[in-house]
Design a protein around this ligand. Sequence first.
Ligand code: HEC
Ligand code: HEC
Length: 420
Amino acid sequence: MIIRLVTLWIIFNCALFLFGCSEDESSEMTLVSEKGDDIFTAREWNVIQRLSPLPEAPPPNPTNRVADNPEAAHLGQMLFFDTRFSRDGTVACATCHSPFHGFADVEGTSLGAGRGTRNAPTLLNAAYNKWQFWDGRADTLWSQALRALEGEVEQAGTRLQYAHLIHQYYATDYESVFGALPKLEDTTRFPSDGKPGDSAFDSMSEVDQHAVNTVFANIGKAIEAYERLLISRDAPFDRYVAGDTDAISVEAKRGLKTFIGKGVCILCHDTPTFTDNEFHNLGIPQGTLLEDPGRYAGIPLLLADPFNGGGIYSDDTAVAARILNFLEPIQQHQGEFKTPTLRNIALTAPYFHTGDFPTLESVIEFNNVGGIGGNFAGQREGTLEPLGLSEAEKADLVKFLETLTGESPPAHLLTKPNLP
Ligand code: HEC
Ligand code: HEC
């Protein structure tokens, strides 16, 4: 990672040097916009065009054969809002990923069946993510959902419980998408509750365990089909890049200039989703939370997950397995967290994986001073120097980030459908 960053840094600085973005105001005279928007050089405009538009559809996910099936998405939407899918019947995905808070959590760390240790990210455009979770311990949206469904601090139920709920309430919807359910009415073969590690599950035959795992995986695949519809595009920033010079304010344009220049935000937030899909250690202090190894612990969890993209519940293992083969936890990964998207960032306070930063101003100030010490795992990335931004530059940067709020997905996707 550091090597890659150093390379990027060198390339970036060479670019600044060659094209004179920072030092010499007089060399900024090569201006592009047809409408005479005279704030960016041609070179800067090229960089900006790497950030927009958001590709028309999220990348296909061959590990989930129903990823783009509308019936599966409808089932997934019901499951997303159905609190029966939790140990005590009170928590659903929507509890922490509120459609009215950018599908993120208002709280710093989320309260489900227990209190977690990380902030809930937005689900808007999550289908574009290469990795899921701050530590990348899921490589698909469907396997991510399974971890939430059984996670002790999330929904904390069990796959046997969920298979029975599907059988009881969703059999028709399920079977029309995935085919026949196993004979779940036979409760000697299929006890009402249990997951691996519980004697009820472990004493089942392997064939029946596999049948339950398949239903469980399909629950995740239906939820993914729904999440793939949670797309938010056409932010003012996108309209600006598409040629509407008035779509964002002068302050926001200056903020954009800082974003790709002096602020070096573009080093990591460098694609139309504003993430390099990589992991970095910014040295975010854990505060009262324990030190968090981030990616270092995420990789072994991903490799050991029977529901990863290379596993037997995946509908196409070819690409996923090849990627997984390259993963190995090394010390460098200590304290690294995923670069999150910045689209809709104004909607999803508080910030960073700890949820300890209440405002965009506080995030920018953290970057500006070059870290604030405190307790965190591993080493803060060496290339991250203090930025020396003025008050005006910081304020403009916030104005720019506010232009990344896109259009909401269609209204019918934002509310709880009638549940069977
Ligand atoms: C108790 C609160 C809670 C519940 C319930 C919950 N989540 Fe989350 N979700 C979180 C938190 C916190 C994270 C970040 C955890 C981490 O990275 O370790 C997260 C991460 C995610 C991510 C990864 C996003 C990213 O950019 O990395 C997705 C996708 C997601 N949740 C979807 C779901 C779905 C689908 C459900 C229901 C099956 C669900 N969540 C239930 C709190 C919750
Ligand atoms: C070295 C890569 C890197 C650079 C440079 C960088 N970021 Fe980030 N950014 C990240 C990572 C990684 C995180 C998540 C860190 C964590 O929570 O541990 C993050 C988090 C954020 C968040 C919080 C997102 C959320 O959902 O909680 C914002 C806002 C943000 N960055 C904006 C910026 C801005 C503005 C700049 C430039 C001043 C910048 N970043 C520079 C990698 C980077």
